[in-house]
Every structure is written in C-alpha cells, then in structure tokens.
Design a protein around this ligand. Structure first.
Ligand code: BES
Ligand code: MN
Ligand code: ZN
Length: 498
C-alpha cells in the first residue's frame, strides 16, 4: 500500500508557500479560497486566455507570481455544482491528487460559492485522493520520473479547508477504511503469480486478524474430509496446495443472520489440460480478483467497525496442466453430493465456487450470498469492461445491488436465469457438466452455480471485465481495480447494518 497523502481538515488556513488547489463551479464567479490563495487574482487573467470554463474535472494550472501567498495555484472545474453526485466528488479528489507532484505542502479549498459541500462530500473527495494515489511499483527497482511514480516518496501534507472540518474528520476514518480495502484488493490482483500462491494469499487474509476478523484456513486434507471434490479437482494439477479461507466479522448483534461473500481465487489460470492460448495468458494472474474483492471488503467492514455480521469465504487454487491434472471427461463429486462431468478444464471457477457456496450456505445459513468471480470471457463480450454481470434469484437483492452500483459507479447489469438455460448443463454421464457450450456462456456459468445455493437469496457477480485491465480513470490508475469493494461496502452500509 502506497500511503502518499497525510490529509487533515481545517476551517481556515494561513497560506505560506506550497500548492493551493481551488474548486470552481460554472455558476460561481471566483473559486473558493481565491481571496487568500490568489490575492492578486491571477486566476481572473489566466482563465480566459487558457479557455478554462470550469467544466467538470478540467484543470487550470497557474504558477503564482512572486507576491502571492502560494507558489502554485490549481483550479479544478466542478461543473454545475448542484449536479454533483457522490461519485463526482471521488473523481474531483482524484483529479486534484493527480496534480500533486513534488510538493510538500498542499492546501485545498473545497467550499466554493454555490457548491454545497457537506462532510460526506469532503470525505468522498479525500477518498478519491487516496484511491488515485495508489500505484503498484513493488517490483520496479528504478523509480521512473514518468507520471505519478516520480512523486516524492515522502508523505505530502494536505490540508483540506472546509467549514465542516470537524464532521469531515470523523467521516474520513470511513474513507480510510474503504481506501484500505480497495488498495488491498488491488495489491492482491497486481501481485505476480509466482509470489502469490494459495498459501501466500491465505497468509495475506490472515493479517485481517489485526482488525478483529476471525480467520480459519482449511488445508487440502480438511477439504478432502468435507468432500470438496470439485474444488480439489481443479487444484490437483498444481504443485501448490489449495486453501479455503473463512473470514468472520462479527460487528452485528449475535442473533443477526450473517451476510456472506464468496470469492473465486484462482491464483493463476492456465486453463489446465484445456490449455489457454499464449497471448495474454499473463493476465490470468488476476483470476483471483473475486477473492481479492472479498478480502478487501472484509478489511473495509472491520476497519470501519460495520454493524453487521459478515462472512467472507475464498477458494484458493491454481489451475495447471500436469501429469496429475484433471482431464476432460473426468467426473468429480462436489461437497453437495452432486456429480459433475468435466467438459473443459478451463471452466474451473465454477468448480471452485460450487463447493465454497455449498460450504458457506450449509455452515452459516446466511441471509444472502454474493459471489464474485472473474468467471467468463463471455461477460466481456456481452458488457465490455464497463459493467459487471449480475445474476440473481431474488429481485430485492438485485435491486439493492443495482442501486449500490449506480451510487459507487461500480455498475452492474442484470442478466437472465431460467430453466431452459439450466437444461444446457445437463450431462449424459453425471448430474451436470461444467460447460454449456459457446452460447450464453456467462448465463450457463451462473446457472451451474445456482444448483448449489438452494433457496438462499443469491447473486453471482461476473467481474471478468471489471476486476482488471478495465482502463484508468480519475480514481484508478492501476491494472487491478479493486472492483467490488466499494460496491459491496455501500450495499451493506445502506441496507444491512443494525
Ligand atoms: N478465468 C477465466 C475467465 C476470464 C476470461 C477472466 C478473461 C478474465 C478475463 C475462466 O476460468 C475461463 O477460462 N472461462 C472460460 C469458460 C469456458 C471454457 C466455458 C471462458 O470464458 O472462455
Ligand atoms: Mn479458466
Ligand atoms: Zn478462471
């Protein structure tokens, strides 16, 4: 985790050098803080000549004249202030963070005239800054001076000036908890697969004990005893043994049924005997993006002491071709007792998840189960990398998820389930087969999982397009995006806390 900003909140600031960042909406004359940061009103001259119109997320960068109280002034456009959404505030923070380079001291004036900045907005702005500051450069031995990597390693002191300073400071603890979870998820996805195997991933999850999360790590023997033949079939081709990690955060009342999150943690997916083509295979180090999101989410819930009982279960395996690897044609028996004919060893995520889902439902009887997985390439064909696929057997849960997706801009698009799709995975030799052919590939994957969740409200999220390589934006410059952490934290916060 790259901590770069030391953020504090204050009602007023005395300026003495450094960088001042100001916000300006299209419907105000001057940016907030202009009187103190820019007494000579350089801005008034610079704006028209540079064509700065205060459009949302545009910026005007001014080197301040000798007499000014700061060295540099950056004005960030806030657009039509009354239209700003929660997510816009994150992006504004991200845009501001992107401008901060080789500066030791930054003062940010948030209270622009005509802009309604409450504590929530200011805390969201700060969260955007923390998310933007992340970069994964663990394995770069030379720190380049390109883009944001060249920024000084010393923490930059940032004072955010707002009337709501005291209230914002309290909410900022939540921003830090959310950023911590997202950044943990990004780190896990970005780590190379030689470094992060199932055992190493489990050790990372165990670190959540520091936050009060209870952790159990099931070994291969224990999973064998439970009868998890589907998960173990995937793992058997790898020299590295599998793990199942159970995380419990008990922040709710004892009698409250838990909510449960289940993640696909394929630390590397070669496809197995049904091996993938070489081009782009390195990206399959991110095939544990679901497990990373679940781990990040558990971090966030614990760090902000969410009033909820939450379970996180992640199935950690490596899918390798080997003399001992599982073959197409094999029939395995899942923990549920249902048998599965393996058609394609590359459809391994559902095999890991079916045992993890059955185990979670059987042991914890949760109010709902949400599983996250980089499950199918077909979801990329359907939705691109802009939204994740949402399937659901419960309209209320689907609605809550969709709303949380819009609020956080981690968007979900609902896909269908149905009996006729279910038929596509009936097998000649076993209870079901692990693929249903090329057509409706994401749907048949979800349909497969549905056979392991009983009547429990359940939603599988296919994040193959959004967990990694989904492009950079104001709040994320990293390959691993951490998708799902903010979404599910929002879901819990607005619907499931006592
Ligand atoms: N991990 C892949 C899905 C994936 C593809 C994730 C692209 C991220 C980016 C998954 O295990 C897989 O290989 N799925 C197959 C299923 C098929 C064999 C039925 C796929 O999508 O091609
Ligand atoms: Mn696969
Ligand atoms: Zn996979």
């Amino acid at each position: 985790m790259s901590v770069k900003f030391e953020i504090s909140f204050t009602k007023s600031a005395r300026l003495n050098g450094g960088l001042a960042i100001l916000l300006k909406s299209t419907d105000s004359e001057l940016p907030a803080g202009a009187e103190s940061a820019d007494p000579a009103n350089v801005f008034a001259k610079a704006a028209p000549v540079s064509g700065f119109k205060s459009k949302l997320l545009t910026a005007l960068d001014i080197i301040a004249p000798e007499a000014a109280s700061v060295d540099r002034i950056i004005v960030i456009g806030a657009g039509k202030a009354k239209d700003l959404t929660a997510h816009d505030w994150l992006k504004l923070g991200g845009a501001a963070a992107a401008k901060i380079r080789n500066t030791e001291k930054v003062t940010i004036f948030l209270d622009a005239p005509n802009v309604d900045v409450g504590a929530k907005e200011a805390a969201d702005f700060a969260l955007g800054m923390l998310l933007r500051a992340y970069s994964f450069d663990t394995y770069k031995t030379k720190k380049g001076d390109d883009d944001e990597k060249g920024a000084s390693r010393k923490a930059v002191k940032v004072a955010i000036v707002t009337q709501e300073a005291a209230a914002t400071k309290k909410l900022y603890a939540t921003s830090e908890a959310v950023a911590g979870g997202v950044i943990l998820a990004r780190d896990l996805v970005n780590e190379p697969p030689n470094v992060l195997g199932p055992v190493e991933f489990a050790a990372k999850a165990k670190e959540l004990e520091k936050l009060g999360v209870e952790i159990e790590i099931l070994t291969e023997r224990e999973m064998r005893r439970l009868g998890m033949g589907a998960l173990l079939g995937v793992a058997q081709g790898s020299a590295r043994p599998p793990r199942l990690v159970v995380m419990q955060w008990k922040g709710g009342k004892t009698k409250d049924k838990p909510v449960a999150f289940i993640g696909k943690g394929v630390v590397f997916d070669t496809g197995g005997i049904s091996i993938k083509p070489a081009a782009g295979m390195e990206e399959m180090k991110g095939d544990m993006g679901g497990a990373a999101a679940v781990t990040g989410l558990m971090h966030t819930l614990a760090a902000r002491e969410a009033k909820v009982n939450a379970i996180g279960v992640i199935g950690l395996v490596e899918n390798m071709p080997d003399g001992n690897a599982q073959r197409p044609g094999d029939i395995v028996t899942s923990m549920s007792g249902q048998t599965i004919e393996i058609i394609n060893t590359d459809a391994e995520g559902r095999l890991v998840l079916c045992d993890a889902l059955w185990y979670t439902n059987d042991r914890f009887k949760p109010q709902f189960m949400i599983n996250l997985a980089t499950l199918t390439g077909a979801i990329l064909v359907a939705l691109g990398n802009l939204q994740a696929g949402l399937f659901c057997n419960d309209d209320k849960l689907a609605g809550e998820l969709t709303t949380a997706g819009l609020t956080t801009d981690e968007r979900l698009w609902r896909m269908p389930l149905g009996k006729d799709y279910d038929k596509m995975i009936d097998s000649k030799f076993a209870d079901m087969k692990n693929t249903g052919g090329r057509h409706a590939g994401s749907i048949t994957a979800a349909q497969f999982l549905k056979r392991f969740v009983g009547e429990t409200p359940w939603a599988p999220l296919d994040i193959a397009g959004t967990a990694m390589g989904s492009g950079q934006d104001e709040i994320n410059q990293s390959w691993g995006s951490g998708f799902g952490v903010r979404l599910l934290d929002e879901l819990v916060r607005t619907n499931y806390e006592s």
